[in-house]
Design a protein around this ligand. Structure first.
Ligand SMILES: Cc1ncc(C[n+]2csc(CCOP(=O)(O)OP(=O)(O)O)c2C)c(N)n1
Ligand code: SF4
Length: 290
């Protein structure tokens, strides 16, 4: 057995078995640094389960619960309700789930919690596929991306998950990126505060070198390029109506710059890149008008 001799910092110990350069690992450390120890975490199966771990192998230093893939938001809501009944409503309950567990399989449970106004914080880390079970395409996989279930490139657009969340008119929703840590931290702070009123939701873009075919040392560069090429705009939405872009992009970089660092887009041709460029520009123009 490996004995780790150094003291670990933060609420996630070292020794996490995530892949090198994992965007989720960085996101999880940032989130718990901001939320602090008065937090209970709910994690479904997926790569985040590497943190809740198995038996004595957990690396999280806060209480946690691993449920099933469908019900992260329902578990979180139930745990929060239990604390409220006990007069311990100050405990932050965090659901941390992948895009598959959020955008597809857990969508119904999440929608229910958002509609009821449960005072939970839900963070979806978006690695744009079901990574833990071998890179299958999800509702959040972008157009033209290779996955094992979209071997010729995904033929349809991703779901507008943040739009779906905003339609519930919850107190706070935001997109975030591990490439913009200060912006991400501020959003976790705001989301934490918003849960005094109702649900808060953050959708954080978290590159996955294993699934995207990017170099581990390029994770931050890839994350930043997604924002700078308008493929992943950073904004927040208060009460479902007040939109604000938090990292404006005055001179966008071409989408092709973002794509070229990832093997999952190596099959795209010039026409497809052009279509992606047009789509992100239109989306961004619409966003700036909201
Ligand atoms: C209903 C259901 N279908 C399939 C599975 C198998 N499964 C376990 S983890 C996982 C991948 C989850 O993907 P995502 O939520 O995107 O998280 P990631 O693995 O990318 O971190 C799947 C499909 C399951 N546990 N439950
Ligand atoms: S497969 Fe991707 S998300 Fe999962 S641990 Fe590895 S790098 Fe992280």
């Amino acid at each position: 057995m490996l004995t780790i001799k150094s003291e670990s910092r933060g609420l996630i110990a070292h020794g996490v078995s995530a892949c090198a350069g994992c965007g989720l690992e960085l996101a999880a450390r940032i989130i718990l640094d901001v939320l602090g120890s008065n937090t209970v975490i709910v994690i479904p199966p997926g790569c985040a389960a590497l943190f809740s771990g198995y038996g004595k192998e957990t690396v999280t230093k806060i209480p946690g619960f691993q449920g099933n893939l469908e019900s992260t938001a329902a578990y979180a809501a139930g745990i929060k309700a239990g604390f409220e009944v006990q007069g311990r409503g100050d405990i932050q309950v965090l659901g941390l789930a992948g895009d598959g567990a959020t955008v597809d399989i857990g969508l119904q449970a999440l929608s229910g919690a958002l509609e009821r106004g449960d005072k939970i914080l839900y963070i979806c880390y978006d690695n744009e596929a079901y990574m833990n079970t071998g890179i299958q395409g999800s509702g959040s996989t972008p157009l033209n991306a290779w996955t094992t279930t979209t071997p010729g490139g995904k033929s349809v657009y991703r779901k507008d998950m943040i739009g779906i969340v905003a339609a519930h008119k919850i107190p706070y929703a935001a997109t975030a990126s591990v490439g913009y840590v200060d912006d991400f931290k501020k959003k976790v702070e705001k989301a934490k505060a918003a849960t005094a009123e109702g649900p808060a939701y953050i959708h954080v873009h978290a590159p996955c070198p294993t699934g995207w075919g990017s170099k581990p040392e390029h994770t931050i560069e890839v994350a930043k390029l997604a924002v700078q090429s308008l493929c992943w705009p950073l904004y927040e939405i208060v009460n479902g109506v007040n939109y604000k872009i938090t990292v404006p992009v005055a001179k966008p970089k071409p989408v092709s710059e973002y794509l070229k660092l990832q093997k999952r887009f190596s099959g795209v041709d010039a026409k497809q890149v052009e279509a992606m460029q047009t789509a992100v520009e239109l989306d961004y123009a619409r966003l700036t008008k909201k």
